[in-house]
Design a protein around this ligand. Structure first.
Ligand SMILES: [Zn+2]
Length: 338
């Protein structure tokens, strides 16, 4: 084999060998074997001296070519190994993972869903209506004409002279009745309400209500009591009782405040202020004028209605003492319920 052929054989052998190299130590060994001063290529080049000038020229070219090819291959391999090392060090599969943050339903939403589930079990439909209401629906059609003194009960946020952010879910009663009449109806009306209110432990300027409404023949105050007791026992516990106290609302006649027995079951505690009872809702029989405004004949049908605060339900269920926690967006508080 001539010297140029030997040099080419060294070059090819070295490149084959390089393809099996996969550590930096192996690469260094490879460099020493082929490219160092005592390496195979240097040994071949040292034999150039024995050749004739013509032979020396072609062998010299082959040697330069081989040297350049092997140096290029060395740089490329070195870069490859470096990239692999960087990639491997970026992912340490033995480290414990970082748990992703999993969201959950807000306390108010959970409570709303629970209330909805219970009433749907009793055949109530969910009927959602406007959060921005006309003065007429929020007050007028509910038997609260502009000069009615009971309007003072609501601190209202006005969008314009005759448009308001609804102060209660009751305007939904008119919308539901106008939608369903003359058929009997059983609906709950959940939603956000707004009042221009000084915020304290039991008042927020934005809160959720659920209104209940049933209209049909033969509905009495006893129907309301039965429905509310069934709700209370599913929401708060089978040992809970319900009582009515006489009250006044312009859109119900007669009107009642609805109380349930406290956690302490009548013994008296700080939550019930020693009375053994908790106020959870207002309600009554739908006023004949309101029935008429909804398109029903009060001589034929009657109805009951009630309205309650969703946050109040949540607070009573979980023993929360301040409504401001509910919307303060403090995860330490909210995470307790997810
Ligand atoms: Zn109590």
């Amino acid at each position: 084999m001539s010297l140029p052929e030997q040099i080419l054989a060294i070059q090819n052998g070295a490149l084959d060998h390089l393809s099996t190299v996969d550590t930096t130590q192996e690469l260094e060994d490879w460099r020493v074997q082929y490219l160092s001063r005592k390496g195979e290529l240097a040994a071949a080049i040292s034999r150039l001296a024995d050749l004739t000038p013509e032979e020396r020229r072609s062998a010299g070219q082959a040697a330069n070519h081989a040297k350049a090819a092997l140096h290029d291959a060395l740089s490329a391999k070195s870069a490859d190994l470096k990239a692999v090392a960087q990639r491997d060090s970026a992912l340490d599969v033995t480290l414990p993972g970082i748990a992703p943050v999993v969201g959950g339903l807000h306390l108010t939403r959970q409570t709303l869903y629970e209330i909805t589930r219970i009433f749907m079990g009793m055949g109530f439909k969910v009927f959602e209506t406007n959060e921005v209401e006309s003065d007429e629906y929020n007050f007028g059609l509910l038997n609260l004409p502009p000069d009615h003194p009971a309007r003072d009960m609501w601190d209202t946020m006005y969008v314009s002279d005759d448009v308001v952010l609804r102060t209660h879910t009751s305007p939904g009663q008119i919308r539901a009745m106008r939608h369903f009449n003359p058929e009997p109806l059983r609906v709950i009306l959940p939603g956000k309400c707004h009042r221009y209110e000084a915020v304290d432990a039991s008042h927020e300027s934005m809160f959720y209500q659920v209104e209940g409404l049933a209209v049909g023949e033969g509905i009495t105050l006893a129907s309301l009591k039965g429905v509310f007791e069934a709700f209370t026992q599913q929401m708060f516990g089978a040992d809970r009782r319900v009582r009515f106290r006489g009250s006044y609302f312009p859109f119900t006649e007669p009107s009642v405040e609805i109380d349930i027995t406290c956690n302490c079951l009548g013994a008296g505690c700080a939550v019930c202020k020693g009375t053994g009872w908790l106020e959870v809702s207002g309600g009554g029989m739908v006023h004949p004028t309101v029935l008429r405004n909804g398109g029903y004949d009060p001589d034929i049908v009657s109805g009951f209605a009630f309205g309650m605060g969703v946050e109040r339900n949540a607070m009573l269920r979980h023993g929360i003492d301040d409504i401001r926690h509910v919307y303060a967006n403090d995860l330490r508080f909210l995470k307790q319920f997810t």
